[in-house]
Structure formats: C-alpha cells, structure tokens
Design a protein around this ligand. Structure first.
Ligand code: NAD
Ligand code: GLY
Length: 375
C-alpha cells in the first residue's frame, strides 16, 4: 500500500524579513525534517532538540528520525517537566548542550513540547551566539494556539513569571494535532481557555463554531474537524495581532484578555491550585462582568461567554480572596502605568477595547462576584 503524505495547511505570520509559517496537520511531526529543509536549512546542519520526558517518550524518536532522514545531525536534551523548571539555570543547561554540540550561527534548536519547553528553548536560541534559529513544535493545545506563535520567549524570576526574556521569532511552527492524544485532559481544557479568548477578542465565527458544538470538554468531544478549525483560526488570530504589533506597543495587549484578573487568581493561590488557562477562564468571566457593569457589552453577550466557558469544564468562579490582597496584586501587575491598571474589555463577541480608566474597585467587585460565597 502506498501511504499518502499528510497534507498541511499554512497560516502565515507576516513579519517581513522575519516572516514564517505555522504549518498544521495530523502527522506533521513525521515531516519535521522536510519542513525544516523547506525553510532553507541545508542537510548537515546541527540540530539540538529540546524536550521533556512526557513528550520525548511518545514523540522524541519520531522527531529525530524525521530529522535524520532529511540529513540533519541531531542530539536530544531531555529536561525535567514543569513550570518550576522555567529558570535561568535550565537555560544554562541548554546553552551547555549547545556548546557541547558546537552549535554555530547556522545551527538550529527545535523546541518539542509545551509552552515551558518552547519558552526556554526559544530563549536559549535567542541568546546563544546572540541568536540562532529556533523551530517550535508545540505539543499542548495552549502552546499550539498561543505560546509557540509570536516570538515571546523567556523564563521566570523569583520575583515574577516571565520577567527574563526576549522577542525571538521562530523560523517555523509545526503543529501536529495527533500529539494531543497523550495530553492530560485537564491540560487540554486549559488550552481551550485561550481558544475562547480568540473568539471573544477577534473571531466571532470561531466563537459561534464552538457554541454550535456539543460538549467541548475532551479531545473526543471536539473531534478532528473542529480541532482543525480551532487550530487554524486561533493561529490566524494570533498571527494577525503579532504581525500588526510584534513588540506589544499597543494592539498585542488584547491577547492578555482575561489575564489581568486571572493573574491575580494565580498569584493569590500560589500558582499551585490552577493551571494558567483555568485562571484565564476565571479572569474572562470577571472581565465579562466588569464590561457589562461598565455598559460596554450586554448581559446576553456576557452570558454567552460564561456558557461557552462552562461547556469546556473550565472553572467560572474565583476562590474566596481577600479584597486588600487583590488590590495590592492588581497594582503590582507588569502592565500598570502611573497607578492605572490596563484592562482588556469586550464590547461585543469578537471585539475588545483596551481601557486604563477602569476604577480599581469596579474590577475588584467583578472578580468578587465570581466567587461562590458572593455570587
Ligand atoms: P507545559 O509546557 O508545562 O505543559 C503542560 C504539561 O503537559 C507538562 O507536564 C508537559 O510535560 C506535558 N505535555 C506537553 N505536551 C504533552 C503531550 N503531547 N502529551 C503528554 N504530556 C504533554 O504547559 P503549557 O500550558 O503548554 O505552557 C505553559 C507555559 O507557556 C507557561 O510557562 C507560560 O508562561 C507559557 N506561555 C508562553 C506564551 C508565549 O507567548 N511565549 C504564551 C502563553 C503561555
Ligand atoms: N500570549 C500573549 C502574547 O503572545 O502576546
């Protein structure tokens, strides 16, 4: 039997000389080597594949086989999994592997994993020899629709998340939805928060496609056709924003929808109780309440957003929080300017506004209204 090679769709990220494609399709991982050749890298180039055991087990060999078939000389660095590994010390380990493998300016790092691997490998690539190429091969839904696209790389500082980093665009993003088959269901749900985010901030068609589907709680519920649509439309939304505002001068901040209040929830629960996407879901519910109370969107639209989030199984309610701690946390947000917190607020499904004139007490009240004790 002759096997047909998988066909991939392309979402371009139009950044002039730094432009690159997001290539999406089942079986894409087996085309890794070919896809890198197609981006102009020559056989013989040295490649460092950075991954972790959760991903290396099911996918490491396939990725390296594809690289070898295309004539690349690859080595693998398998790091420990987890957000607590996202530190300068781990990036030093990647630098050491780059040194041992004698990576040169024309060499390449492949990030095979979720957002943690992608952010660290991307940052190591941004800083090795003042910048070598990186290819992102995301294996979580969150990384496929968000982290792998757009060139934000970095690690955490004891004082806060992602405080150390660089903008470094990848040469290619290769998305194989089949890798989601091994992803824990809770991680898939967390990725769905970012998908709903794109619907609310930029893509009413995506929002309606999700609304028109039954349960959205698991991979089996989504099915291959909706999953493909989710990946393409989310990548398109992100690519459009990044192309318009690569370094977050203004527009790119809309990607932080749900993140400001979500960040409060993450911080005040010590980053242990919620996955990032779960906190973003709560943050979007709170931002929806805030927007309605400010008269920016309707109660009906707010209810649609809440119902969609509920159908993914994501949390809707913040845990009980101390008002004073919330105030303090909001004022310490990275994006505070002159004591004003910037909020991304929906004006209808598919459109948002950036506002820095929202009274802190209104934001606090919106977050508190999500909590079970006060709703
Ligand atoms: P993650 O990378 O920690 O992955 C979640 C878990 O799933 C990990 O345990 C991982 O080992 C495991 N895993 C990954 N792929 C798997 C697979 N296919 N099968 C089985 N297990 C798998 O988490 P994440 O949600 O992908 O990324 C979160 C990180 O991304 C955070 O550090 C966040 O700051 C960052 N982020 C960056 C950007 C950006 O623009 N650079 C955007 C959003 C988030
Ligand atoms: N995840 C937000 C951004 O890429 O800007």
């Amino acid at each position: 039997m002759i096997e047909t090679p998988p066909s991939l769709t392309t979402v371009p990220v139009d950044l002039g000389p730094k432009a690159y494609p997001v290539r999406i399709g089942p079986g894409a991982l087996g085309l890794l080597g070919e896809e890198i050749l197609a981006r102009g890298f020559r056989p013989g180039v040295r490649v460092l594949v950075v991954t972790n055991p959760d991903v290396d087990g099911p996918y490491g060999d396939r990725a390296c086989r594809s690289l070898a078939q295309a004539g690349f000389r690859s080595e693998r660095l398998v790091l420990e999994a987890g957000e607590d590994q996202k530190t300068p010390a781990t990036v030093s380990r990647i630098h050491q592997a780059a040194y041992d493998l004698q990576l040169e300016r024309g060499s390449l790092i492949v990030a095979l994993g979720g957002g943690v691997v992608g952010d660290m490998a991307g940052f190591a690539a941004a800083t090795w020899l003042r910048g070598i190429a990186v290819v992102q091969v995301p294996t979580t839904l969150l990384a496929m629709v968000d982290a792998a696209i757009g060139g934000k790389t970095g690690v955490n500082h004891p004082g806060g998340k992602n405080l150390i980093g660089a903008f470094h665009q990848p040469s290619l993003v290769l998305v194989d939805p089949c890798t989601l088959e091994t992803l824990p269901p809770r991680e898939l749900q967390a990725g769905m928060a970012e998908v709903i985010k794109y619907g609310v901030i930029a893509d009413p068609v995506l929002f309606e496609a999700l609304e028109g589907h039954g349960s959205l709680a698991g991979l089996g519920d989504l099915g291959p056709a909706l999953l493909d649509r989710i990946l393409r439309r989310s990548a398109t939304a992100k690519a459009r924003v990044v192309a318009a505002d690569e370094r977050e001068g203004s527009l790119r901040a809309i990607l932080n929808y749900g993140h400001t209040l979500g960040h409060v929830v993450e911080t005040l629960t010590g980053y242990r109780r919620y996955l990032h996407g779960e906190a973003v879901a709560i943050g979007m519910v709170a931002a929806g309440i805030l927007s309605r109370e400010l008269g920016l969107w309707t109660a009906a639209e707010e209810a649609r957003q809440r119902q969609l989030i509920a159908r993914t199984g994501l949390p809707l309610e913040a845990p009980p929080l101390e008002a004073e701690a919330v105030r303090e946390c909001l004022l310490r947000d990275k994006k505070v300017r002159d004591g004003r917190v910037r909020f991304v607020l929906p004006t209808r499904i598919g459109a948002v506004e950036l506002r820095d004139d929202v009274p802190l007490e209104a934001a606090l009240s919106a977050l508190m209204q999500t909590t079970p004790a006060r709703s």
